[in-house]
Design a protein around this ligand. Structure first.
Ligand code: KIV
Length: 265
């Protein structure tokens, strides 16, 4: 966590990607990503749900263990899923504690910057559990927010957001995600906070950036929000590979002699 504070003070951007399984975790580690987030976006991009709400703590732990096996030396944050921390500090402690204990991850992330969320953060930090905050668009509140919309567009909302980010810092968060926040506001918040901000749809002045890996690698071509930049075209590559395999099998081109074992019989 000290490294991330130092990166902020040096003005060095922090590069974060989400990850949910071992092979991509290995790639992220080999490329030197600064931090892995096992996001509850797992619900949508791996498990096929409409929102993050249905994913369970057990599913988060299962996928985090796979990520840790692929990237054992990379700082890993895990999203606490919906209803694993909202009810009480005791729930939050038990579930965040399990997350660190059973996966070897380093920190948890929770959404919200109002007093109840700050209280959860204080309880976790008191127990020695590093916490990343998350304000702006909070996907676990998608039903209350009426969809994935930019937050903090008018001055009242902007002040609430700014106050929430500061309150999370005061509660002990080591970093805070700003999701779908106007760039100017995100820049101001980033300069006001001592801890690093990690933006997604929040402009270039955040201290770091995070993207959902399958979106960033073009595995999910039907999802194209304005903030997303695609760094690969994996869906196209996968379609092509599958098509070639089907053709080869149907035409008896695969397996060839080089893929075939000899023997005496
Ligand atoms: O679950 C997730 O992937 C996230 C990122 C969008 C920050 O929380």
């Amino acid at each position: 966590m000290r490294d991330f504070l130092e990166m902020k003070s040096r003005g060095e951007p922090i590069a974060v990607l989400t990850c949910y399984e071992v092979l991509f975790a290995r790639i992220l580690a080999e490329e030197g990503v600064d931090m892995i987030l096992v996001g509850d976006s797992l619900a949508q991009v791996v498990l096929g749900y409409e929102s993050t709400l249905p994913v369970t703590l057990e599913e988060m732990l299962h996928h985090t263990r796979a990520v840790r096996r692929g990237a054992p030396d990379t700082f890993t944050v895990v999203d606490l899923p919906f209803l694993s921390y909202q009810v009480s500090n005791e729930d939050a402690l038990r579930n965040a504690g399990r997350t660190l204990k059973e996966t070897g991850a380093h920190a948890v992330k929770l959404e919200g910057g109002e007093e109840a969320s700050c209280d959860r953060v204080r309880a976790l930090v008191r127990a020695g559990i590093p916490v990343m905050g998350h304000v702006g668009f909070e996907p676990q509140s998608v039903n209350a927010l009426g969809g994935a919309r930019v937050q903090g567009r008018n001055s009242d909302e902007a002040e609430v957001l700014r106050g929430q980010a500061l309150a999370l810092q005061d509660a002990g968060c080591f970093s805070v995600v700003l999701e779908l926040v106007p760039a100017k506001l995100a820049g101001e918040i980033s300069r006001e906070l001592r801890i690093p901000t990690i933006g997604i749809g929040a402009g270039v002045e955040c201290d770091g950036q995070v993207l959902v890996l399958p979106d960033a690698l073009g595995l999910n071509p039907s999802f194209s929000p304005r903030f997303l930049k695609r760094y690969a075209a994996l869906a196209e590559a996968a379609h092509e590979g599958v098509r070639h395999f089907l053709d080869d099998v149907k035409e008896r081109r695969y397996p060839g002699p080089e893929h075939t074992f000899g023997g005496e019989a």
